[in-house]
Design a protein around this ligand. Structure first.
Ligand code: ZN
Ligand code: ZN
Length: 410
């Protein structure tokens, strides 16, 4: 127990000092499920210790969300409290930092009609569109971190005795976020430096095309001319570094919207809004999905792809080595924040404007003109494996190995 509390406090410190990198006199907004109160209190304490001006907590409860999705009239699913969206925009404009605590039950919405979930998700995405620009363009500091729930631990560690599952999930979260090391803050600095080396290589090469190939994927991804690889940390408008995802092992950029051809097969389950999609394939022609299959969750995948025009295209291509703390844990987390860091992946939907030069300043129309995809959704799905090879082709047609057998070869 003592050890657990010490790790919990180290985790809170890592989140405040490294992930969010909270500055003196800055406001911190925390979005959290009510089940994570202990962790939120630890974070709040740390935040005030480093000089927070005010810590605002937005509590939510997924059981209540589920009740709404099951019982509310359909009209209500098309409504979103505008004052709330405006409030977020206001706090972002004033330079607040935003932390989301994700603690979910992967099967929460199993019995909810995917159509109702889709309407609800779309409504929220539309209402929060302006706010999302602050985070997507890195104007403000933001981060997502995760803590266990009982249902989540039950799913991940069904093989363990019931009384051990939540602890096992905590242990693994501490491991993959490097909290269990003596000096997590220092080891994160080293890790981020390492990622920076990969970014430098990729940004110098300015690859025109990437080739992904393994036993079940054969995909060519063209990149826009001025694409940028990013990863690890980002800098906000004021020049303060923050790390949006913990754990993070990826470097990523945007594909040319119309330059994706071939097919992929997923290598991990995808938990989308409380519904799990498994063993799916997609075929792309000139960027657009022309065919897809799923052994499980087909309807959910279909709804996701049909959200809008942009959700038929890709917005992210990310390289993640097969050898990483997340991947070494050999655990399927049923949670994208973790699973995406165990595997190279792609994302359906909008591209991060920061993945193209000057992208943060471009309008939606200008982004599309530069080859970036725009959409209401952005959903990562995993295609990496221990037999994944990735090659890059430069403008002059030369090929360079980037990944061999699932790991960096640069
Ligand atoms: Zn990603
Ligand atoms: Zn993503």
């Amino acid at each position: 127990m003592e050890n657990f509390m010490s790790n919990l406090n180290k985790y809170a410190e890592l989140v405040v000092k490294v992930a969010i990198n909270l500055q003196k006199d800055q406001t911190l907004v925390i979005n959290s499920p009510i089940t994570s109160v202990e962790f939120v209190r630890a974070i709040t304490k740390k935040a005030y210790e480093v000089g927070a001006r005010y810590v605002h907590v937005e509590w939510n409860d997924e059981e209540i969300t589920k009740l709404k999705l099951l019982k509310a009239p359909e009209e209500a699913l098309k409504e979103f409290p505008i004052w709330k969206a405006k409030g977020f925009e206001e706090m972002a404009e004033a330079g607040a930092a935003f932390l989301s605590i994700s603690a979910s039950n992967p099967d929460l919405l199993r019995e909810v009609d995917p159509q109702r979930v889709a309407i609800n998700n779309k409504t929220a995405a539309e209402a929060l569109q302006n706010f999302r620009r602050y985070t997507q363009t890195g104007k403000v500091s933001w981060a997502i971190v995760s803590v266990p729930t009982k249902e989540w631990a039950d799913k991940v560690f069904a093989n363990l005795d019931e009384s051990e599952r939540v602890n096992a999930l905590w242990e693994n979260i501490f491991k993959v976020t490097r909290v269990n090391l003596d000096d997590p803050v220092a080891s994160w600095k080293e890790h981020i430096n390492n990622l920076r080396g990969k970014l430098e290589y990729l940004n110098n090469k300015k690859f025109k095309k990437l080739y992904f190939k393994n036993h079940s994927t054969d995909l060519v991804v063209e990149l826009p001319n001025d694409h940028l690889w990013i990863g690890g940390g980002l800098k906000n408008e004021k020049g303060n570094e923050f790390i949006p995802n913990m754990p993070t092992e990826e470097v990523f950029t945007m594909p040319l919207k119309t330059g994706v051809n071939g097919y992929i097969t997923s290598t991990k389950p995808l938990n989308y809004g409380g519904q799990v999609i498994e063993n799916f394939t997609m075929t792309f022609k000139e960027g657009r999905i022309v065919d897809f299959t799923a052994e499980k969750g087909y309807e959910t995948l279909k709804k996701l792809i049909e959200t809008d025009e942009g959700s038929h295209y890709l917005g992210e291509v990310a390289l993640v080595p097969h050898k990483s703390p997340v991947s070494d844990s050999n655990i399927v987390f049923f949670n994208t924040l973790f699973d995406e860091n165990a595997s190279s992946h792609l994302a359906l939907g909008s591209a991060y404007p920061l993945c193209i030069e000057d992208g943060g300043r471009l309008s939606k129309v200008e982004l599309e003109e530069r080859g970036a995809n725009t959409s209401l959704v952005h959903v990562d799905f995993m295609i990496g494996s221990n037999d994944m090879n990735v090659d890059g082709e430069t403008l002059d047609g030369k090929l360079y190995p980037i990944f061999r057998g699932g790991n960096w070869s640069i």
